[in-house]
Design a protein around this ligand. Sequence first.
Ligand code: ZN
Length: 211
Amino acid sequence: MSRRTVVSYEPDSTTSTFSTRSNGLPTTRNSLAGKRIGNHSNDVVAYFHDEEVGNYHYGERHPMKPHRLTLTNHLVISYDLHKKMEIFQPRRATEEEIMSFHAADYIDFLKRVTPENMNNFSKLFTRYNVGDDCPVFDGMFDFCKIYSGATIDAARKLTNGSADISINWSGGLHHAKRVEASGFCYVNDIVLGIFELLTYGILCFKHSLVL
Ligand SMILES: [Zn+2]
């Protein structure tokens, strides 16, 4: 069964009571809601970073620079922020997880195309919107699996109640469509993260997912 088929937003009795906070945002009262966000020094922050993720390269003139993730991580360490967070090495998303949103033929294309063999796939470039904004680059699908796995794991930290805030700088590639790349994005980790939240019937207004 794919993940998508098990996703439904049917809050059970522990998650269905909504109230309104003073800022107007609804909040859930559930088993995770023991801690209120207010004093951030008490929040449990889960930080997901994969050393590999900054090594991927979209191409010399491309404005998307994954290397900035490495620089950001250096800043985090330089400022000792890692001592205030729980640090996690994210796992890679599985193809099954990715295909809970994306079409199998599109993922098969992402998996197989490389800079070396891309001429054999040129007829599919228009169909999957691969080209200038979304170039084929070395390790492209591995890059997708890394940032997507981190987002799913980050969301899971919220759904299982072990963190108040989850951070994955490498995520947020929200332009990717079900059957095509768009705006530097190939796999839409935001959708996958939302699926994870919805699997547990929780809309995390109280908790923060930073992507
Ligand atoms: Zn994008």
